[in-house]
Design a protein around this ligand. Structure first.
Ligand code: PLP
Length: 368
C-alpha cells in the first residue's frame, strides 16, 4: 500500500499546532538573544509560574525551589525514577501502563512489578491488589491518571486508599499528570499530592506542556519534587542535559501564564471526536472497550478476533490485529504490546475529524 494512502489513528500527540502567542514568545526569546545556557533547574520565572500553577490548578503547594524543569514529561519521569530507586528496589506500575515506565525502571537498575487493572473496573486499580504487591523492597509507585493508554481517571476514594498505602509503607509516589486537562463527562482530575500534607511530602508530581498546549516538539516538562529530591534531580540534570532549551522555556512560560482559551478549543474538539468514536465503535464486531474518561485515546480489546483470519493475516494478538488493519484497510493503530496489554490496540482521537472518520469507516468495513 502506498504510504500516502494510510490513515494514521495511532498518534500520541495533539494534531493542533502550537498556539501563536506561544510561538511568538519563542521568537521574541531568539531575537532578544535569550539563547545561552540557563540555570540547571530551569529559569526562575518559569519555576515560579509552575509553582503557582500547581497551587492554583492542582492544590499542590510547593516552593519554586522544589520545581525542576526538564526536557519533557518523559525526562522528568526518568530523572525521578533515577533519583528515588536503584538496584534491588521494586517499583509498582499499574498495568496497562505507558510503555516507558518499565524501561526507565530497568535503566535505573530497579525491578518493575506490575499490578493489573481491569476493563470491568474501567481500569481503576484495586488498592488491595496494590497492597498485595508491596514487599520490603518496594520504594516507588507510579500512577498515571488520566492514563495512557486506558483513559482511566482515578476517583478520589481510590487515590485516598493509595495514599494511605504509600504512607503506611514509606513509598514515594510518582504521579504522572501530563493528560490532566483532557477529561470528559463527569470525570475530574485530582492530584494525589493535594489530598493531605503527608502524601504531598512523598509525591513527585510530573507534568508537561506537551499535551495540554500542543507543544510536544518543544520538549519541556516539569516536576514538583519534595523531600530534597529536587537537589538530586538537579545533580542528574546538570551532568546530562545541563538544562532544558532556553527558548522553549520562554515558550512554556507563555503557555502557562498567558490566556488559556486555546486549551478549551482543543478540549472541545477532543470531546466531540471522543463521542463520535465511541458511537461508531458500537457496531464494530469482536471488539470491547471501556469508555475513556480522559486523554485522547480509546483502548480496545481485540480478543474477539483471536484465532481468526482478517484478510491475509492470521490474528493471534493485538500486534497481528494491528498488522491486519494496516494491510487490509490501510489504517494504522497502535498495538499495545509494550503497554503490557498484548490483546489490545490503542486508537487516538488526536487526529482531524476527517482522518478519524475515514479510519473508522475503513476499519469497520474490514471487520464486517
Ligand atoms: C503517560 C505519559 N507520560 C509522559 C509523557 C511524556 O510526554 P512529554 O515527554 O512529551 O512531555 C507521555 C507522552 O506520550 C505520556 O503518554
Amino acid at each position: 500500500m502506498n504510504p500516502s494512502d494510510i490513515v494514521d489513528i495511532a498518534r500520541g500527540e495533539p494534531d493542533f499546532h502550537t498556539p501563536e502567542h506561544i510561538k511568538q514568545a519563542a521568537i521574541d526569546a531568539i531575537h532578544g538573544n535569550f539563547t545561552k545556557y540557563t540555570p540547571q533547574p530551569g529559569i526562575q520565572p518559569l519555576r515560579e509560574a509552575i509553582a503557582t500553577k500547581f497551587a492554583r490548578e492542582n492544590g499542590v503547594h510547593v516552593s519554586p525551589d522544589d520545581v525542576v524543569v526538564s526536557c519533557g514529561g518523559k525526562h522528568s519521569v526518568e530523572q525521578t525514577i533515577r533519583a528515588t530507586v536503584g538496584p534491588g528496589d521494586e517499583v509498582l506500575i499499574i498495568t496497562p501502563h505507558w510503555f516507558a515506565y518499565p524501561a526507565q525502571v530497568r535503566m535505573a537498575g530497579a525491578t518493575p512489578v506490575f499490578v493489573d487493572a481491569d476493563r470491568n473496573d474501567a481500569y481503576i486499580p484495586d488498592p488491595w491488589r496494590i497492597r498485595d504487591a508491596i514487599t520490603s523492597r518496594t520504594r516507588l509507585l507510579i500512577l498515571n491518571s488520566p492514563s495512557n493508554p486506558t483513559g482511566a481517571v482515578y476517583p478520589e476514594e481510590t487515590l485516598e486508599a493509595i495514599a494511605m498505602l504509600a504512607l503506611e509503607h514509606h513509598l514515594y509516589v510518582l504521579s504522572d499528570e501530563v493528560y490532566e486537562r483532557l477529561v470528559y463527562d463527569e470525570a475530574r482530575h485530582i492530584s494525589i499530592a493535594s489530598l493531605n500534607e503527608d502524601i504531598a511530602l512523598r509525591t513527585i508530581t510530573v507534568n508537561s506542556v506537551s499535551k495540554t498546549h500542543a507543544m510536544t516538539g518543544w520538549r519541556i516538562g516539569y516536576a514538583a519534587l519534595p523531600d530534597g529530591l529536587a537537589g538530586k534531580v538537579v545533580d542528574i540534570q546538570k551532568n546530562s542535559t545541563s538544562a532544558p532549551c532556553a527558548i522553549s522555556q520562554r515558550a512554556a512560560l507563555a503557555a502557562l501564564t498567558a490566556d488559556q482559551s486555546h486549551v478549551d478549543v482543543m478540549l472541545s474538539a477532543y470531546r466531540r471526536r471522543r463521542s463520535w468514536l465511541l458511537k461508531n465503535l458500537e457496531d464494530a464486531p469482536g471488539l470491547a472497550w471501556a469508555a475513556p474518561r480522559g486523554t485522547f485515546y480509546c483502548f480496545v480489546c481485540m480478543e474477539g478476533w483471536k484465532g481468526k483470519r482478517l484478510g491475509s493475516v492470521e490474528v493471534v494478538d493485538g500486534a497481528t490485529f494491528a498488522d491486519a488493519l494496516l494491510r487490509g484497510a490501510g489504517v494504522r493503530v497502535l498495538a499495545a504490546t509494550d503497554f503490557g496489554a498484548p490483546d489490545h490496540i490503542r486508537i487516538s482521537f488526536a487526529v482531524g475529524d476527517d482522518v478519524l472518520d475515514e479510519g473508522l469507516a475503513r476499519m469497520k468495513a474490514l471487520l464486517s
